[in-house]
Design a binder for this molecule. Sequence first.
Ligand SMILES: Nc1ncnc2c1ncn2[C@@H]1O[C@H](COP(=O)(O)OP(=O)(O)OP(=O)(O)O)[C@@H](O)[C@H]1O
Length: 249
Amino acid sequence: MIRLTDISKTFNKGQPNEVMAIDALDLTIAAGEYLVIVGSNGSGKSTLLNLVAGSILPTSGTINFDGEDVTRLPDHRRSKWIARVFQNPLSGTAPDLSIIDNFRLAALRTGHKGLRIGVNDVFKARVREKIATLNMGLEIKTGQLMGSLSGGQRQALTLLMSVMDDCNILLLDEPSAALDPRSADIVMRTADSLIKQFNLTAMLVTHNLKDAYTYGNRIIQMSEGKVLHDLSAEQKAGLMQNDLFGWFS
Ligand SMILES: Nc1ncnc2c1ncn2[C@@H]1O[C@H](COP(=O)(O)OP(=O)(O)OP(=O)(O)O)[C@@H](O)[C@H]1O
């Protein structure tokens, strides 16, 4: 569970360009919840994700993961809880290494769920098996360089590698925004099935209202650093796509 209590973030405090990006926000995200975050440009969505990740620290307020106070922990000290996927498919993988070596590197970095490095052939077979679940045909190309893959293929593999870490929180920062519609669809569906498979607590920031409508079991709209709308799973299920478009009119 993620709990943000009375969180504020002000950039450039005391300067003429002072901005209150997050304004006294209270937000609790239950374990296994998939929270979708929408909002206009500058409403505070990325700042919220950065605060949860620890890549920026709040001006005031507290952040708890599973009851543990992480407010002052920098991002590298939160990595045992958190995996993060960014918009840019080039981030998060090593382009000059093969697919299998990228998985090996990731496995060395953290203990992978159900994926011990062990004997080489066993490791390769397990990685292939995991990759096959993506249905992209990449399991027969594990010797290929990561940098030679399409953005969508890389992003799907990045997702797979990151959730196989022993984390229980997945932060998705517009993970499909830089992709063509078909690849974007694959990445969003992959994220959805991995979140369910590993019972992750997930936060998705997106400008794509179709994705916001389709995925997740709770949705919030941010505005000026506050939560303007907050719909539970039940309320979201009753939401019409046009209602969502209406939030932005
Ligand atoms: N590092 C920073 N320094 C100064 N101001 C910042 C910084 N990061 C964000 N801001 C400001 O904080 C406010 C919220 O920005 P944020 O990036 O969180 O919005 P967003 O909802 O993610 O926007 P977008 O949809 O455009 O990505 C904006 O006014 C932005 O200019």
